[in-house]
Design a protein around this ligand. Structure first.
Ligand code: FMN
Length: 303
């Protein structure tokens, strides 16, 4: 029997798998089609203070070894979210985390407080959103990111994870800043910017022209972020995220220094993929005489 439990600081997860924000809806409305019992946690789609309409179609496009999306974080706003999903959170067969997004630190904090009141188990801070004052994504800048995390920290007693971007010029500096501001862990990473052109229509594949690239092609980019941050701060808990399709990908992230691993785009092709991936992780551990997945965390040795 392999011990699949893991920890993010003092926060315990039943397995190292996390369902990534935006790929399992509100979590509540995906219970019937997902295998949430295989996950340590499932993260709801990011939610803002007021409703956001999102971008017009087209907002998804398969590209190369992955996918582009430019959804624009469509969501009903925090008041409707709490009313609609709050009462059902306890029925989900894993921990549900909320994801806060906004254009000012105060908006992030307002949403985090309301999510906490609704009964989520942790708050993820989606820093891949433009800063109202500077017009740049928060996650690009250590100081702006720390400001958001500090505001969220003050607004909740729940564990807080900061979701960073591979577009940051120095992801290690951003990780250090958010940890200092009170984040209990970092999520590495969100999508990387990408674009594609339809050569028949001569138009961008997405209505927003540029969007987030996810899936298999993102994996080495996110893995680099996990590696760099773990090498710089071995004590900072990390959730690896990007291009996970099988148990081997999970093992690789754990070896690079992640304590848990999130699955995103794979859900769009196979909503129940978590059960298969958990079984593959367990089988790999059995084959390699690994009694507990925590033994693997950061176990890759630099040359
Ligand atoms: C359609 C779609 C919607 C997403 N929406 C969100 C979101 O609302 N909040 C967020 O933090 N990340 C969002 N993400 C990013 C994923 O959570 C994940 O970080 C990213 O897709 C990389 O993982 P993957 O390669 O396994 O998909 C979204 C991704 C996709 C594909």
């Amino acid at each position: 029997m392999v011990d699949l439990r893991t920890r993010l600081g003092s926060h315990e997860l039943r397995t190292p798998l996390v369902a990534a924000s935006g790929t399992v809806g509100s979590v509540v409305d995906c219970v019937a089609v997902s295998a949430f019992e295989a996950y340590g946690a499932a993260v709801a789609k990011s939610v803002s203070a007021e409703p956001w309409e999102g971008r017009p179609a087209p907002r998804l496009a398969p590209v190369g070894a992955g996918m582009l999306n430019g959804i624009g974080i469509q969501n009903p706003g925090i008041a409707a979210w709490v009313e609609r999903y709050g009462p059902a959170l306890a029925k989900v067969p894993t921990q549900v985390w909320g994801s806060t997004v906004g254009t000012t630190p105060a908006e992030f904090a307002q949403v985090a407080a309301a999510l906490s009141g609704a009964g989520v188990a942790a708050i993820e801070v989606n820093l891949s959103c433009p800063n109202l004052e500077q017009g740049r994504m928060y996650a690009l800048d250590p100081i702006a990111s720390a400001g958001v995390v500090a505001a969220v920290r003050d607004a909740t007693t729940l564990p807080v994870g900061a979701k960073l971007s591979p577009n940051a010029p120095d992801v290690t500096a951003v990780a250090a800043a958010v940890a200092e501001a009170g984040a209990d862990w970092v999520v590495l990473t969100n999508t990387v910017w990408g674009a594609a052109i339809d050569i028949e229509t001569r138009r961008p594949a997405l209505s927003g022209s540029v969007g987030g690239y996810s899936g298999q092609g993102l994996k080495p980019v996110a893995m680099r972020c996990v590696w760099e941050v773990h090498q710089a701060f071995p004590e900072l808990p990390i959730i690896g995220c990007g291009g996970v399709r099988n148990g081997g990908d999970v093992i690789e992230y754990l070896m690079a220094g992640a304590s848990a691993v999130a699955i995103g785009t794979s859900h769009l092709a196979d909503p129940r993929c978590g059960a298969r991936i958990r079984d593959q992780v367990e089988a790999w551990c059995r084959r390699h005489d690994v009694a507990a997945v925590t033994e693997l965390v950061g176990s890759a040795t630099p040359w």
